[in-house]
Design a protein around this ligand. Structure first.
Ligand SMILES: *[C@@H]1O[C@H](CO)[C@@H](O)[C@H](O)[C@H]1NC(C)=O
Ligand SMILES: *[C@@H]1O[C@H](CO)[C@@H](O)[C@H](O)[C@H]1NC(C)=O
Ligand SMILES: *[C@@H]1O[C@H](CO)[C@@H](O)[C@H](O)[C@H]1NC(C)=O
Ligand SMILES: *[C@@H]1O[C@H](CO)[C@@H](O)[C@H](O)[C@H]1NC(C)=O
Ligand SMILES: *[C@@H]1O[C@H](CO)[C@@H](O)[C@H](O)[C@H]1NC(C)=O
Ligand SMILES: *[C@@H]1O[C@H](CO)[C@@H](O)[C@H](O)[C@H]1NC(C)=O
Ligand SMILES: [Mn+2]
Length: 323
């Protein structure tokens, strides 16, 4: 082998090595990101839903909603009393009073707040801190949801990015977009990280299989047989059903509880009882299997705590903070 030939072999070997490296590099650049994207998509669809199939009228869930859909509290079956409390709306003193009045003891009793813990009233952080200190459970209400969406954004980007006033919180194609000047943004800015952590864990639905009962803020869509498939915005906001569509107002349609009751009594298995809040204009509304517990505290009505094992309920009178 001559020196020249040897050099040609050497340079060809370098050429092949170079091509091999280039091919590997291209594969890394193309295939790895593709694989990562597919894995992320898979994780996204499984973690956000459990095969969630939204009803036709549902819009996107806010990317800042950080929502747990269902919490099963079967372990509360050992408690003596299980209270569900209607909308507190920032009325911290009244919540403290009802705790005293029923002599709630977190070791032997449970207390579940039926959503709208905050907004409209005078001490939002106070309600969240009392609820946490007393080991209370909660579900998410429409006002809680607005505040959480702002606070999740603030946690990620900082309060200085919650501007200008006229801009919308950039959360996707939601049913109820909000501008930064919305009053719930100010409530969010007043909460600490610990306040947020308490509020954000309040799920869409609390399931109590040992009582054949559920707790939600607004209600459940009677047409959806698997309750976990409910649209969150519907659960937080429903009052009536008008031509098959859940509505926030209670003027034109049928109270959702009437349709729900018919559907439940039409099944072969035992009807599931629902405890809920949200409908201050109908106030305390105790039916066969649906129990509306928003007795208008923040409007100068009363705060209600019902022991859902006995249906015995207790009220405290509230001062008027909103109209
Ligand atoms: C979502 O909530 C969890 C607590 O349940 C919290 O740890 C997490 O930081 C929240 N995510 C954001 C983006 O704030
Ligand atoms: C924020 O907190 C301050 C101090 O507690 C209070 O005076 C103010 O009303 C609160 N604002 C809102 C929007 O909750
Ligand atoms: C919901 O169910 C009722 C009967 O229970 C039916 O009349 C109505 O059309 C249904 N609505 C939708 C949107 O499926
Ligand atoms: C009750 O059940 C019957 C038979 O399964 C069904 O035809 C009817 O639509 C149901 N009614 C309601 C209100 O769901
Ligand atoms: C609800 O209860 C009342 C009596 O409290 C009864 O007359 C009525 O039939 C019940 N409704 C249903 C759907 O079972
Ligand atoms: C109902 O609750 C009140 C206190 O709020 C209590 O005094 C009364 O004994 C309770 N009644 C029953 C039947 O548990
Ligand atoms: Mn509400």
């Amino acid at each position: 082998m001559t020196a020249a030939l040897g050099n040609r072999f050497k340079s060809r070997r370098w050429l092949y090595t170079g091509i091999a490296f280039a091919v590997v590099a291209v594969l890394i650049v193309i295939i790895v990101p593709a694989a990562v994207v597919t894995t992320r998509k898979k994780q996204h669809s499984s973690s956000s839903s459990n095969n969630y199939s939204p009803p036709p009228y549902a819009k996107a869930e806010s990317k800042y909603s950080n929502l747990t859909r269902v919490q099963n509290l079967d372990h509360l079956s050992s408690k003596e009393r299980i209270f569900v409390v209607g909308d507190v709306h920032g009325c911290a003193n009244e919540l403290a009073q009802i705790v005293d009045k029923v002599q709630y003891n977190q070791d032997t009793d449970a207390m579940i707040l039926a959503g709208d813990l905050i907004s409209k009233g005078y001490d939002n952080p106070g309600v969240l801190r009392l609820a946490k200190a007393q080991g209370m459970y909660c579900v998410r209400g429409n006002h809680d949801d607005y505040v959480i969406r702002f606070k999740t954004f603030e946690n990620e980007y900082g309060a200085s990015r919650m501007a200008p006033d006229k801009a919308y919180l950039p959360e996707g194609d939601v049913v109820d977009p909000m501008k930064f000047k919305d009053e719930h943004a100010d409530i969010a800015k007043n909460l600490t990280r610990e306040d947020y952590d308490y509020l954000v864990q309040c799920p869409m639905v609390i399931d109590l299989p040992f009582l054949n009962a559920r707790v939600v803020h607004g209600g459940l869509d009677p047409n959806i047989s698997d309750f976990a498939q409910n649209d969150p915005h519907t659960v937080f906001n429903i009052r009536d059903i008008d031509q098959g569509i859940p509505t926030r107002d209670n003027e034109d349609g049928t109270h959702w509880t009437d349709i729900y009751t018919n559907v439940q009594f039409n099944k072969t298995d035992e009807p599931v009882k629902i405890y809920y809040g949200h409908d201050a204009s109908r106030s305390l509304d105790l039916e066969n299997i649906t129990f509306g517990l928003d007795s208008r505290c923040v409007y100068g009505g009363s705060l209600t705590a019902m022991d859902i094992k006995t249906h015995n309920y207790t009220q405290v009178k509230c001062e008027k903070y909103a109209s």
